[in-house]
Design a protein around this ligand. Structure first.
Ligand code: AP5
Length: 215
């Protein structure tokens, strides 16, 4: 099952992909996570993308496409994958079709106030990358990851000024991508303005209806 998760920053793509990848047994590939990991390692790629990621701007297409191409060549992607945060431009969507066939593009939608509230309260584990929210998905002990005991932090690009820039970037780029998948007949829209569990259940129901999942 080759899936693409679309939607604005903070809608919950990473949270839903984490749950669904466990259920389906396919990897969750987040271009944002790959870039943050490279920035942490201070690798050559990390040094190139740092300025874009921290300012909330898109990394140039040729860099992102190459990163995704290499990742999809790995053995764990043979059974399928969930791409989270890619494609983000029409050029990326077209390049993806040259790399592989996509079965379904899931577009998550919610009002902008919901998105801003989710981003402002997001906390991430420094160690394992697990996603929390101070109000909606708080850890058992404040500031500590339930899974690995790692320290939680707030992302550099979750500051209000950067959030605004990221949402603007998204607004400018998303329409052609939605239309691209709509024209191919593989776009579904899911209401993400609900509890995480309900959003995940809705996705699984859609996968079943489309004959992509049968458990
Ligand atoms: P990326 O990491 O992809 O960031 P994003 O798209 O802005 O998405 P987020 O990770 O911010 O949000 P999400 O939708 O995954 O939400 P989450 O699950 O965390 O990209 C970062 C940067 O990398 C970009 O700005 C760019 O510079 C670069 N980049 C990446 N890909 C690129 C590409 N293809 N091209 C060019 N540049 C690229 O949830 C958010 C919060 O809400 C959490 O706290 C969570 O606990 C909470 N939450 C989630 N769902 C619910 C729910 N249903 N109810 C209540 N709370 C919820």
């Amino acid at each position: 099952m080759r899936l693409v998760f679309l939607g604005p920053p903070g809608i919950g793509k990473g949270s839903y992909a984490t749950e669904i990848s466990k259920i389906l047994g396919i990897p969750h590939i987040s271009t944002g996570d790959i870039f943050r990991e490279e920035i942490k390692k201070n690798s050559e790629l990390g040094r190139v993308v740092k300025q874009y990621v921290e300012r909330g701007e898109l990394v140039p297409d040729e860099i992102v496409i190459e990163v995704v191409k290499r990742r999809l060549e790995q053995a764990d992607c043979k059974k399928g994958f969930i791409l989270d945060g890619f494609p983000r431009t029409l050029r990326q969507a077209e390049a993806l079709d040259e790399i592989t066939k996509i079965d379904l593009a899931v577009n998550f939608a919610a009002p902008v106030e919901t998105i801003i509230e989710r981003l402002s309260g997001r906390r991430i584990c420094k160690n394992c990358g697990a996603i929390y929210h101070v109000k909606f998905m708080p850890p058992k002990k404040p500031g500590i990851c339930d899974i690995c005991g790692g320290e939680l932090y707030q992302r550099e690009d979750d500051r209000p000024d950067v959030i605004r820039r990221r949402l603007k970037e998204y607004e400018e780029k998303f329409k052609p991508i939605i239309e691209y998948y709509e024209d191919k007949g593989i776009l579904v829209t899911v209401n993400a303005n609900r509890h995480l569990k309900e959003v995940v259940e809705d996705c699984l129901r859609i996968f079943k209806e489309r004959g992509l999942y049968n458990r």
